[in-house]
Design a protein around this ligand. Structure first.
Ligand code: PLP
Length: 222
């Protein structure tokens, strides 16, 4: 299967209103160009050093999403290259991104990363913790950052019931914020969840962005 066919096949199955983020990390620029030729315009990268090399080599109507753990010393650089940072996993990082975006005279869309997986290695806000932060007004007062929703990853497992329940938790947390502390924020509408192996489950729970790498580009060579 070609990259182009893979994209078409996934797009044909995505419900209306769900956008595909082509996760191109570890794949060469030529692979991204093939996806671009197939009409793909949203790409996800997870490493700053790779992002800054790829962006200038590709057309400028691409919407770039940063989806990896963002180290604070890379925030200044990443803010200049992306439209969306999906992986905001702490208040400290949120405020830093806002400051760097102001400094660069840009507005950055961000998603807050929710930790729902049963894996210590994954980062993000715990649902309860995020609801408390929001209720206390700790997400307010940003000038150059728009909080557009939540991002999450399910546990890496074959247990579909577990994945199902984790995505359900994300949707519940989103709804609680949307109906509560975020009710005045019309930008707050995205739920980024679902990867190559679990996006069918994610869209059942209201995902609006699926982040798919392997099913488009094949296996990554690290
Ligand atoms: C790599 C990655 C993906 C894509 O994973 P695949 O299984 O290759 O589809 C999605 N989200 C994040 C945060 C990633 O790091």
């Amino acid at each position: 299967m070609s990259i182009s066919n893979n994209i078409k096949e996934i797009e044909a199955q995505l419900p209306q209103g769900v956008r595909l983020v082509a996760v191109s990390k570890f794949h060469p620029v030529e692979a991204l160009e093939q996806a671009y030729k197939a009409g793909q315009r949203v790409f996800g990268e997870s490493r700053a050093q790779e992002l800054v090399v790829k962006v200038p080599q590709l057309p400028n109507d691409i919407e770039w999403h940063f989806i990896g753990h963002l180290q604070t010393n890379k925030a200044r650089q990443v803010v200049q290259y992306v439209n969306v940072i999906e992986s905001v996993d702490s208040l400290k990082l949120l405020r830093l991104i806002d400051a760097e975006a102001a400094r660069a005279d840009r507005t950055i869309d961000v998603l807050l990363q929710l930790h729902v997986a049963q894996e210590e290695a994954k980062s993000g806000f715990l649902p309860k913790e995020l609801l408390e932060c929001a209720a206390k007004g700790e997400l307010d007062g940003l000038t150059n950052t728009r909080i557009c929703g939540l991002m999450a990853m399910a546990t890496f497992t074959d247990d579909e019931e577990q994945i199902d329940s984790e995505f359900a938790t994300v949707k519940e947390t989103f709804d609680a914020l949307k109906g509560g502390a975020m009710s005045g924020n019309s930008n707050f509408k995205e739920i980024s969840m679902g990867m190559s192996d679990d996006w069918h489950i994610a869209v059942k729970h209201g995902s609006t962005l699926v982040r798919i790498g392997t099913a488009i580009f094949g296996a990554r060579e690290y």
